[in-house]
Design a protein around this ligand. Sequence first.
Ligand code: TXA
Ligand code: MG
Length: 341
Amino acid sequence: MIETKRWNIQNDENYNKQSIAEAATLIKEGNTVAFPTETVYGLGADATNEAAVAEIFKAKGRPQDNPLIAHVATVEQLRRLVDNLPTYAEKLIDAFTPGPLTFVLPSNGACAENVTAGLSTVGVRIPDHPVAQQLLQLADIPVAAPSANLSGKPSPTNAEHVWEDLQGKIAGLIDGGPTGVGLESTVIDCTQDIPIILRPGGVTKQQLEAVAGTVMIDPGLANEKEKPKSPGMKYKHYSPEVPLLLVAGTAARMQATIDEQQIKGNRVGVLASEQIARQLHRVEIRNLGANLHEIASNLYDGLRAFKQGDADVIICEAFSEEGIGQAVMNRLKKAASEIIR
Ligand code: TXA
Ligand code: MG
């Protein structure tokens, strides 16, 4: 166990500046610090320091073959980590940075081996969050940062989630309140003739296509038989503490599944949109919101809400795969132990 220092971002400029500077110093000295981004909280360490990066893997219990994203403050810093930027990547950088998009590019070797898990490519992202931006500017080094959760659990969208998973295992935590997007960045492979989405996320396929023309989706994401191109996508992820049933269809269908589970004697927790939640009865419900953006933002908190001991099973609505819905459903399919169609 190590002591985890915690700073709360406040309405006090000076206090915040000092806190973020302390956090940046800890990172420069080879320690791990969790910080908010616009997607989810990240667990950061100096991406050029192999021993520091090893501490991230240790704290999370993360498999060694799963590469990390290097976070930087500016496009100029991004260029210092990569060998070559295709024209379409330049356009995507102009349009979507800073923002929830991670670029997989040929690595020039500036990051430590364990950041890239021995691959010839590196994932780089410029986050759009004032705390992350200040931290990266002050640290003035690339910061490797996976989501700040224990491996396999839902990503953290507030500081309490991070505390629950990593307190005593990391050097610091900057509490900047809840994140906005609520799902991780879109990971896009920019090493081929056309860009390939390796992980759907905060920037949608439609948004990317409007800027870069045709964009492919890694066939390994939809097809169980094919191996995903991104090492992280092969793992079971986002697992709640109790089994999750994903139910496609109407409120009546959801209610029937709830009734069936209750007859078996199971305590049921429900995750649903406001529209469906209104129509369900005799069950504890977490309303995730009225539209897909709200649902994305509240999803991980919902997945963490039903603990072992409080519920035996979670029943979750299957949402539309339009826009950000594609990322929402990608995560839910991984979290589900059964999909009821
Ligand atoms: O929004 C986000 O991306 C958050 C915040 C903290 O920035 N970070 C995040 O990191 O979600 P992580 O480690 O939980 O997920 C990174 C994903 C993994 O699936 C990993 O395999 C993939 O990105 N990845 C990283 N580098 C890669 C590379 N060089 N080639 C292919 N996939 C890569
Ligand atoms: Mg993660």
